[in-house]
Design a protein around this ligand. Structure first.
Ligand code: COS
Length: 383
């Protein structure tokens, strides 16, 4: 594929460094961490050493300020090698972006430099057992008591939550107010009353821990409230507008990896005295896969460039990019398994992992049904 002419030299340099790390350090251990469901500790440390944790952070707080495009480029490259590692990496911009959006100067100075350096990682905790797609229905409570808030409840499905030094966690100060009661807090795992709960056993992205949190009279200093009481839902949604393109980019990375593997295998594998790539049926599959990957990437880059130009209200383009890219990844990885035939169904080849990993892209950061709902609401309004 031809070079993407619209990238700046800086964006190309960031992408090329991420590509090198992904191919040399991450790809060789991806199958191991998938198989053993273990945390890629060394890889995460290396990403931090190479300055990859701070690309979304402004220079004033120690980052490289590469914006949504930088985040998308890096997410794609890491996901090409290991979608679980990309999820661990992406949890920090996801958990940290609310600080950029709504943090006080003091909060920014306290957390952003450490996040940029990779000294601590972040996570984002919105979901609960009864509040998945219906995020505003969350039940975890926060009650002000003097100079602190007391939080009670349980959160679910937090990516990289067990390894985060700060978690942007959403609770309600008044359940009767629905979305308008939701408030964001910066919770540290050492706060009294905070505990990490069970780690899910998952189909894919097994290098990424997905955990529950339990808050039992958890004490959060009032200075760790992010934004005003009741502003949390909007902070949560605006953050997702920023990070859904990153999820789309993760899906593009997995899809590109599946396409690369399928092309390589189709050229090598011989049946009926010729490489299977010589059959038009296989060629058409590969051509459709390539168009899906390319289209998804362009949608992701389009919304990333909108965000970086300071466009207001990118929900439509963010949801389109996330939804299209995730569906593309599911289709492309499924077809890659088909091109590999029986071999693709075994764990000797990576395409079955890509297919399992792609599935979560249609679910996390808002299911693709929720994305379609957001898109439709932008088209026809609220009826
Ligand atoms: N940016 C800013 N404000 C937003 C917003 C956005 N992208 N989306 C919604 N809001 C505001 C609305 O404008 C509304 O404000 P007002 O009451 O002042 O008008 C408020 O938030 C409530 O919005 P809405 O009524 O649309 O909320 P719903 O309860 O209907 O929920 C969906 C909206 C379904 C889109 C939301 O719950 C959602 O995204 N769910 C999926 C959650 C998710 O992605 N989970 C995974 C995340 S963890 S990785």
């Amino acid at each position: 594929m031809r070079e993407l002419y619209y990238l700046t030299d800086e964006q190309r340099a960031i992408r090329d460094l991420a590509r090198e790390i992904a191919r040399e350090k991450i790809a060789p251990v991806a199958a191991y961490h998938d198989e053993t469901e273990s945390y890629p500790e060394e890889v995460m440390k290396f990403l931090a050493q190479q300055g990859m944790m701070g690309i979304w952070v402004p220079e004033a707080y120690g980052g490289t300020d590469a914006g949504a495009m930088g985040v998308s480029l890096v997410a794609e490259e890491i996901a090409w090698a290991c979608a679980g590692t990309a999820t661990n990496w992406g949890a920090t911009p996801l958990g940290g972006y609310p600080i950029l959006l709504a943090g006080t100067e003091e909060q920014k100075r306290r957390y952003l430099p450490r996040l940029a350096a990779g000294e601590i990682l972040a996570a984002y905790s919105l979901s609960e057992s009864a509040a998945g797609s219906d995020a505003a229905a969350l039940q975890t409570t926060a009650a002000r008591k003097g100079d602190r808030y007391i939080l009670n409840g349980s959160k679910l499905w937090c990516s990289n939550g067990s390894h985060a030094g700060v978690i942007t966690l959403f609770a309600t100060v008044d359940r009767s107010k629905g979305a308008k009661g939701i408030t964001a807090f910066l919770v540290e795992p050492g706060f009294p009353g905070f505990a990490v709960g069970k780690k899910e056993k998952k189909m894919g992205i097994r290098a990424s821990p997905t955990v529950a949190f339990h808050l039992e009279n958890c004490e959060v200093p009032a200075e760790n409230r992010l934004g005003a009481e009741g502003e949390g839902f909007k902070i949560a949604m605006r953050t997702l507008d920023f990070t859904r393109p990153m999820t789309g980019a993760t899906a593009v990375g997995v899809a590109q990896a599946a396409l690369d593997a399928a092309v390589g295998y189709a050229r090598e594998r011989r049946q009926f005295n010729q490489p299977i790539a010589a059959f038009q049926g296989v060629q058409f599959m590969l051509a459709d896969m390539a168009m899906q990957v390319h289209g998804a990437r362009l949608m992701v880059h389009h919304v990333a460039s909108l965000v970086d130009r300071g466009a207001e209200g990118t929900s439509l383009e963010s949801s389109m990019a996330k939804c299209f890219a995730a569906d593309a990844a599911m289709r492309v990885t499924t077809d890659a398994v088909q091109v590999f035939g029986g071999a693709g169904y075994t764990r000797e080849f990576p395409v079955e992992r890509f297919m399992r990993d792609a599935k979560i892209m249609q679910i996390y950061e808002g299911t693709n049904q929720i994305q379609r709902l957001v898109i439709a609401q932008q088209l026809v309004g609220r009826l």
